[in-house]
Ligand binder design. Sequence first.
Ligand code: NDP
Length: 291
Amino acid sequence: METPLINGRTRVVGIFGDPVEHTFSPAMHNAAFAALCLNFAYLPFRVRKEELPAAVAGLRALGLVGVNVTVPHKEAVLPYLDEVTPEAKLIGAVNTVVNRNGRLTGYNTDATGFLRALREAGCEPAGAEAVVLGAGGAARAVCMALGMAGARRIVVFNRTYERAQALSREVQANTETTAVALPWEDLNKRKADVFQAAGVVIQTTSIGMHPEKSACPAVSPAAFRKNQLVVDLIYNPVETRFLQMAAEAGAATQNGLRMLLYQGIAAFELWTGSSPPEEIMLQGLAAMKGA
Ligand code: NDP
């Protein structure tokens, strides 16, 4: 396998975020470009909040093929795009932009990636009963994806209760799914009626993420059971304390690596029109662990 040299024909993609130092995406995409001998390069771009409009104008001016968009720009980028897919519009966030001859289209491949990862873990979202911890950007993608895929009921816990209420109202208004908001303080009180009743529990907060590896949402181990899938969107560390606790209680678990991989694959396909070698992308991600 030859890594293509950067030359006058190299096509550029990248990621807009702040911070971007810890992103795993360049490793994943550049490994796939090299494996397919595609003359593309994926670069990190640290874009401060106030510089986002200039960065989007630069994307057009420099003819970038597209970018991923991450914290804090996923919602803020929408007004600067020419069009947004109905899914991304409903989620209210874009994580992938494609530049077609100066016309910018926004997609949300986090939602696609999440659903693919969920199905791979054996959980069919249609008809599912889900508990979601968090109501931030990732939770929005998860809840809307579940709603659009026909989940029966979602219970959302969030520290800022108003955000949980707003998210559940939006899910109810735009999908057939029943959505309920509960206060964060109730996490440990709703073992039997909420947690045990759910087929899938999804942890979307940043609690337990590197470097705060010992942190864990205040859920009791008694909340989990066999024949239940527990997902944590965090991928660094590979197993959060939350996932560890769920696994010890007999639940099946999945970390955020699969969602990260599948959102990346969907973005790769949008930019290049080619299907990437998934194993190589996964190896690219694995090489970043602990980086
Ligand atoms: P946001 O900043 O949008 O949301 C953060 C969420 O975490 C909010 O619900 C926030 O609650 C909650 N939270 C943060 N700290 C605490 C705390 N100490 N106690 C209780 N709640 C807390 O971030 P994102 O939604 O974009 O990302 C969240 C996580 O998901 C990150 O770990 C990120 O890496 C991961 N992620 C993984 C992806 C993947 O592909 N695997 C994709 C996207 C995200 P409040 O509303 O009260 O502030």
